[in-house]
Design a binder for this molecule. Structure first.
Ligand SMILES: [Cu+2]
Length: 127
């Protein structure tokens, strides 16, 4: 009796494992999670996100791996920009509640600032 009971348990465990594998396969096929503004107005920036809030970039230094796309979200009412100190990129005007995204394919250190507010500075580090 003990033997058949444990066989049943093994069967259940195998079934659970198969279901688990099936589920993870389905999930692996999904597109990666977009940030799509789902973070709402509270909390803190998600991975690969920079918030422009209170006249500052946060985090002021963000470190990513090459090929990653960063999304900046302007949480302020005033217009800001994300402008490379070296002329490599420029978002143009980012009005309140708007976003700007840019992919960084190449490793390096990319300092940037806000054109209307030159004291707003920050850095992207790409490894
Ligand atoms: Cu600004």
């Amino acid at each position: 009796m003990v033997g058949s009971k444990s066989r049943n348990l093994i069967g259940i465990a195998l079934l659970a494992a198969i279901i688990g594998v099936t589920n993870s396969c389905t999930k692996a096929g999904d597109p990666m999670n977009g940030d799509g503004g789902n973070n709402g107005g509270d909390g803190s920036p998600g991975a690969n996100e920079v918030w422009i809030k209170g006249m500052a970039f946060g985090p002021s230094t963000i470190t990513i791996s090459a090929g990653t796309t960063i999304t900046w979200t302007n949480k302020d009412a005033v217009t800001h920009t994300v402008t490379s100190d070296n002329g490599l990129f420029d978002s143009g005007s980012i009005t309140g509640n708007s976003t700007y995204s840019r992919q960084f394919p190449t490793a390096g250190t990319y300092p940037y600032h806000c054109t209307p507010h030159p004291t707003m500075t920050a850095t992207v580090v790409v490894n």
